[in-house]
Write a protein that binds this ligand. Structure first.
Ligand code: SF4
Length: 353
């Protein structure tokens, strides 16, 4: 359970909420970490984008390139859709073409692949160096045994003597890099320096359209990021040794909104308020059953505390009614909580005991 090695994504978890990092490291809790349509779509786009850089045998004909990119997209989509369906059974996720942002992400990713492959065929090379140059490539595994920092950089580009660390973001709404994205880039840059002896000149976020937001790399900033992470690792290990990870929870409306562990996190339920807009409730089960083939549940709400004592009727739940349960947590539904009656979605989480 104590942390010996830390990746940039674990570093971000630790600096956000140490309890979340603890949940994520517990092998008995992996079933709470289910993929979403957003993460599935991101993986498809990521795989196709990186294949453009990593695959050595692309056709020279533009139509054949497009066909190959589309085939790759379809294969990967099928794989991620099957993974999503297995993780959410008996709920049924929507088909891939109904995932939010699917059509636009697909069009942008394929167009971008065509553009890059076209540029690579021209005599003057683009800034995107193909894999194979020393210290460059895609999905580059990096490790620093002195600090325990390790990770897999999306892409390391070399243009002459200048090196750039690139992190690929496939979401449609990538704006200015967030603090977490910036920290991730700094840690990858530091890993490059530790493994090659040379600092990258720049770091960049690349969006789904292939546009890069480039920033100069300041080594002092990267070293400061590492020091911050090492402090967080030490705090985490002290919490674990003291058996006191729960008090390190840092609940908040934005931080918890997409956390996979809300259903089992009591600091969350003690802090959550209806003003957070999370569509999540816990409480006593007043009734559970099935009408017209649909599972329903009636909760006497205990959390959010500002709704304590009110009732919530949730209909359309997947699976059998939790008839023996006295307590339940329900997260994610459609409809207005204030009306007292809401409809489950395919992605509604129900935990009962
Ligand atoms: S729900 Fe919030 S407080 Fe609980 S582990 Fe997740 S991020 Fe931390």
């Amino acid at each position: 359970m104590p942390i010996q090695e830390v990746s940039p994504s674990l570093a971000n978890q630790l600096l956000g909420c140490r309890l979340r990092a603890g949940f994520a490291r517990d092998p008995t809790l992996t079933h709470w970490r289910r993929p979403t349509t957003y993460s599935a779509l991101g993986l498809v786009a990521h795989t196709v984008s990186e294949a453009v850089f990593g695959h050595g045998h692309w056709p020279s004909d533009a139509n054949a390139v497009r066909d190959k990119l589309q085939d790759l997209w379809n294969e990967e989509t099928e794989r991620q859709a099957a993974r999503l369906a297995a993780a959410w059974h008996p709920a049924i996720p929507p088909p891939a073409d109904q995932w939010p942002g699917y059509a636009l992400t697909r069009a942008r990713t394929i167009r971008r692949g065509e553009r890059i492959l076209d540029a690579q065929r021209r005599p003057v090379q683009s800034v995107h160096a193909p894999s194979g140059s020393q210290g460059s490539g895609i999905e580059v595994s990096l490790r620093d045994t002195d600090t325990g920092l390790f990770g897999r950089a999306d892409r390391i580009e070399r243009d002459g003597s200048s090196v750039r660390v690139v992190d690929l973001k496939t979401g449609l709404n990538q704006g200015e890099p967030t603090d977490e994205q910036r920290r991730q880039l700094l840690l990858y840059a530091l890993l490059v320096q530790r493994t090659t002896g040379t600092w990258p000149a720049t770091v960049a976020i690349e969006d789904a359209a292939g546009l890069q937001q480039v920033a100069a790399l300041e080594p002092a900033e990267a070293e400061a990021a590492l020091a911050e992470v090492r402090t967080a690792v030490n705090q985490f290990n002290q919490d674990v040794a003291a058996g006191d990870l729960v008090t390190s929870a840092a609940p908040g409306p934005d931080r918890c909104r997409w956390c996979s562990f809300r259903a089992i996190c009591w600091p969350y339920w003690e802090a959550v308020s209806s003003s957070w807009g999370h569509r999540a409730s816990c409480g006593n089960v007043l009734d559970a059953g099935a009408t017209a083939g649909q599972t329903f549940l009636v909760l006497d709400i205990e959390g959010p505390s500002d709704r304590k004592g009110t009732r919530l009727h949730v209909s359309g739940l997947a699976g059998d009614p939790p008839s023996e349960a006295t307590k339940a947590v329900v997260i994610d539904w459609t409809g207005e909580t204030a009306s007292g009656s809401v409809q489950a979605r395919w992605s509604t989480i129900l935990r009962s005991w």
